[in-house]
Design a protein around this ligand. Sequence first.
Ligand code: NAP
Length: 342
Amino acid sequence: MVLKIGVIGTGAIGQDHIRRITNNLSGGKIVAVTDVNAEQANAVVKNENLDAKVYENGLDVINATEVDAVIVTSWGPTHEEFVLASIAAGKPVFCEKPLAITAEGCKRIVDAEVASGKQLVQVGFMRRYDKGYRALKNVVDNGKIGEPLMVHCAHRNPSVPSSYTADMALTDSFVHEIDVLRWLLNDDYVSAQVILPRNTRLAEKGLQDPHMVLLETKQGIRIDTEIFVNCQYGYDIQCQVVGETGIANLPEPSSVLIRSEAKLLTDILVDWKDRFIDSYDVELQEWINSTIKGEMHGPSAWDGYVVAVTVDACVKAKHTGQIVPISIPERPAFYSKQYVLQ
Ligand code: NAP
């Protein structure tokens, strides 16, 4: 069977996903697209040589009879409407983060999905599909370093565009750590604190950079993360888990190590797309495979909701300077059968 997919939003990541499904992956075919910029949607169909219909809006894509499943890659504030409409139509939907721009919006999606009786929603947290994070999780899950006690992380970008504002370090960048760390540790968060170090002179005027976020989990694990989005030198994601009997580090992306002129040299990536390109491929291939089987294995609407609640706590912690408690309601039994990625 080929999964016939409709894509809502043909911007940067929408086009990337269309290309990977069309050229690199198997089992999926783009049959419908839309974008508020119809000219762009038409150009994508032409340039990528797609046998796909361009619809006027996202709801028409969702309800098109030829569409089996939906990918939402439009602007964040539109996600909730399109995910809810997909659930109402009984169609599986892969939604790029954020699931919705408020925790309340995410909760409405969770409630609608539970009421529908069928798990249909996957959220695009692609780090869970990264080879390195999967290897790290394997080490932690198999007890090779004992029980985890602390985690030290860094999320560094060389620079960010002027459209990157105020709290995006938390709402746009740190969201990936929020998701992948609770998956890595099989745990949830109970509090957040945000510390604002000395500001770099190299950030856009008025932008706080870096941030340091401290999270505490239910099991008492302490996580510190530096988010530094104007670090200049490269795109660098670090994660070190300190356990009772050892330490495990996220592997570095592979790069040739050169010994020359009394120096040891290796490249550091500069673009986040290059760092996670394989993860996006694995993520969407697994989504296609499981959707064809009628299953849903990836980050769920519940995960999207928990991330949104945690982000809200981090933003509040930043603006109040307080340690903010994080209160996550009990996970509905509906989500407990969720497959755990290895
Ligand atoms: P983008 O380049 O701005 O693309 C978004 C596209 O959606 C634009 O073409 C936009 O048109 C269109 N759009 C907006 N509202 C729409 C609507 N109602 N119906 C149909 N199309 C609509 O942004 P992007 O970088 O691709 O990001 C898209 C989403 O993916 C964001 O939520 C972002 O956070 C997420 N994302 C996730 C990752 C990840 O690592 N998982 C990476 C990148 C992006 P206009 O430009 O004309 O408004």
